[in-house]
Design a protein around this ligand. Structure first.
Ligand code: G1P
Length: 275
């Protein structure tokens, strides 16, 4: 059973400055809902109700968002505006939220290792909230949790990207074992197109088995001098098995301005209910 979902959320969001100067990038709204809330909804839909967030300096708004705001709620009680809080109230009731702070930014691997204290010795999911994923049927995490039940090993979500965009992603190579499922034999963090093992890019959804923590502890800094989760996962793949799953659904890179606008337009048309 997977119950926990880890959100690394300590990054600076420099691509959205000045908006992210004093506001966490995970609080950037897509229409009227912050990115992190979409991520938590996706986790809950997959049955993961223990939400673990790795925060950092200047990120208090995240914890406040998943808490009661008595003044505001008292003010709008009984008015039509109250319904606008239905979704977030439901999440707050249905989930528990735990936080830990990452003091230095030393890469995604380091952020995940910082979350060890919240996760312990059990398999868990990871959501990078700036990758917004939507699917009319099962959400991406739900699809991955189902796969985990069958295979019991770490799983990364992948998507095919144009060859000239591999430098933005971890890129895998693997052998197809079933439709849309690959057993990974190589993965490279942000390769130039000529060094990319394929065009299958990792997007920000993972299921990790807890042995990943020891592997990360022994992982040397890689691309950009940072501790890369991709490098730790390659080690895990060599020691045992890591799967890549070509998920069903759409994904928007909300860490880029173009992806953010695209997600906003899409959600306004297809997701926003205007309540
Ligand atoms: C991280 C990972 C990368 C992955 C990407 C997905 O990179 O390091 O392997 O492909 O997330 O969004 P970041 O975008 O945080 O630089």
């Amino acid at each position: 059973m997977i119950r926990k979902c880890l959100f690394p959320a300590a990054g600076y969001g420099t691509r959205f400055l000045p908006a992210t100067k004093s506001m966490p990038k995970e609080m950037m709204p897509i229409v009227n809902k912050p990115l992190i809330e979409y991520g938590v909804e996706e986790a809950l839909e997959a049955g993961l109700d223990q939400i673990s967030i790795v925060t950092g300096r200047g990120k208090r708004a995240l914890a406040d968002h998943f808490d009661t705001n008595y003044e505001l709620e008292h003010q709008i009680a009984g008015s039509s505006k109250e319904a606008m809080l239905n979704d977030i109230r439901h999440l707050i009731d249905a989930c528990t939220f735990s936080y830990t702070r990452q003091r230095e930014m030393k890469g995604l691997g380091h952020a995940i290792l910082t979350g060890e204290t919240l996760i312990g010795d059990e398999p868990f999911a990871v959501v990078l909230a700036d990758d917004l994923c939507v699917n009319p049927g099962d959400g991406v995490l739900s699809q991955m949790v189902k796969l985990f039940r069958q295979f019991r090993c770490s799983i990364v979500a992948i998507q095919e990207v144009p060859a000239d965009e591999t430098y933005k992603y971890g890129v895998i190579d693997g052998e197809m074992i079933k439709e849309d499922i690959f057993r990974i034999n190589n993965m490279v963090e942000k390769p130039a197109p000529e060094d990319a093992p394929s065009n299958m890019a990792i997007i920000g959804r993972y299921i990790l088995t807890p042995d990943i923590f020891d592997i990360i502890r022994n992982t040397k800094p890689g691309k950009g001098g940072e501790i890369q989760l991709t490098d730790a996962l390659l080690q895990q793949a060599k020691d045992g098995c890591v799967l890549a799953y070509k998920f069903k659904g759409k994904r928007f890179d909300c860490g880029s301005v173009d992806g953010y606008i695209e997600a906003t337009n899409y959600c306004y048309e297809n997701v926003y209910r205007g309540d």
